[in-house]
Design a protein around this ligand. Sequence first.
Ligand SMILES: Cc1cc2nc3c(=O)[nH]c(=O)nc-3n(C[C@H](O)[C@H](O)[C@H](O)COP(=O)(O)O)c2cc1C
Length: 208
Amino acid sequence: MNGLLHIIATPRGHESRTLNISKVFLEAFKSKYPGCKIDNLNVFEERLPDLTIKRIDGKYALLGGKDLSGDLKESWKDIVAVIERFLSADAYLISAPMWNFSIPYRLKHYIDVILQPRYLFQYTSAGPEGLVKGKKMAIITSRGGDYGTDDSRKFDLQEPYLRIVFGFAGITDIAFINAQPMDAMGPEMRDKKIKEAKALAKKIAESF
Ligand SMILES: Cc1cc2nc3c(=O)[nH]c(=O)nc-3n(C[C@H](O)[C@H](O)[C@H](O)COP(=O)(O)O)c2cc1C
């Protein structure tokens, strides 16, 4: 294990419940892989390339099996840099609160930038093929409500979405640590659930 990419998708810094749990994951991970480089990418702090008309033209060129050249290639430099940073990691940790039943918009922006044909997936005669193979991912989320019951599970569009989108890229070994409820049932329940999530995060990191 040479490199872990930690994708941070909350703007709340030290206040963040999600990052409070991720800290425990990272401590256990660092003890297991002391030489491993940890690359922190905060999608709320780093400037992500916009998907301009030109860049989208480039995407369709790639989807059509063409190579990028000239100004299309030039316009893709920033996208390729973000993708290369993603692909250079051996494993991934995503820290993301639930926002409106799904993921924070900056994480969606990041996914829209990296999930590109020829880099993360390709279409074959047998259907789409994910190109990121053999890499593990842990995803730590926290939610104001609790989406772990039979009645509420259908409102969780965060875990299923992330499983589909990264599964499409070939990453299928994904462990979720969902801390919930963080707001709906008061501070005592929150503290209890954070403690449980930390214990699970430690266990998952130790077997990562
Ligand atoms: C913009 C926004 C939207 C939110 N939407 C939801 C939601 O749909 N469901 C939910 O259970 N909690 C929602 N929450 C609550 C957060 O998921 C919860 O407080 C979480 O623990 C915050 O994580 P953080 O401290 O790491 O930022 C929302 C919070 C914000 C700021």
